[in-house]
Design a protein around this ligand. Sequence first.
Ligand code: AQP
Length: 334
Amino acid sequence: MVLYNKTMKTIFSGLKPTGEMTIGNYIGAMKHWPSSQADSRSIFFVPNSHALTVRQDPAQLKTRTLDLVAWLLAVGVDPDESIILVQSMVPAHAELFWILDNFVTIGELSRMTQFKDKSGKSSAEGQLAGLFNYPVLMAADILLYSTDEVPVGEDQIQHVELTRDIATRFNNIYGETFVIPKATTPQHGSRVRGLDDPRYKMSKSDHPDSYVALGEDAESVIKKFKRAVTDSDDKIRYDPKSKPAISNLIEIYAGFAEVDIATVESKYQQKGYGEFKQELGELVADKLSVLQAQFEKYRSNETALMAIIEQGNAKASQIANEKLNEVKSKIGLL
Ligand code: AQP
């Protein structure tokens, strides 16, 4: 693969190792990544430093980081076509973060809805500065690689907007340095909601009843879909406003069956919730069992997995250090 070629667009995305990967992470992000490899420079990273905004068990963080790389390979990311890197192993991310932290204001960071959601009702005394600052580290991640597109779920769009603002501000002061990235979201499945409450996004760090993990066994997957909340009438109709629960399940079905929403609606027009949820559970369980077999293949050989990570980190460092040195020289850091 070519490390940088201006005529080829760069795609950059990542997944935090803060829990077991969910079908939300899969439909909203990972599933789309292999197809971008052919016609773009694709860089996928495990933002393990981002995970520190919530206290982590060290052994678990390490295990989850390796799990995540194995999941990337399992869904079809090819380490020879793409770059797979682990954030903490490429120090340029942390270094650019500190520089960019001086190109963003406290006011801008206070307006990030994810910060507001995640900091909840705790007082400033109870909030870690890392949670507040993490969009700046995300900006550094993206800008180091001259990223054109950041495929993300809906929740991350605001952070990519902030990255654009930071990059533009820097470029205005020091001249053209950063490529201005844009967020791209899948047409459907950009915000898969919790199975227990569709008002909230499905999140890997929430209660296990709210999500289906990629590693979950068939029995548990089918049971979770059977128990998933539905709306008052028994019609399988896509209407996110008045039927958010069933619309969420339709999106999951469409994401796993690789069909559009209308196809799901017409298939289940004459059927009730019970039958739909049973078939949805079976569909997801079948697909997950294929992914799980691939995952096991990669995860069971840790030496080979580490070699893939080292190979990706080396390519990433070459690109990232070049950009970091350009920035340092422009702002007068030796
Ligand atoms: N429910 C979702 N629907 C669609 N896309 C989603 N993503 C996450 N949840 C959904 C997308 O997955 C990518 C990786 O996300 P992340 O793991 O880096 O962070 P996150 O968005 O904070 O994911 P979680 O699962 O909610 O993690 P926790 O619980 O740790 O905060 C991103 O592209 C994201 O949009």
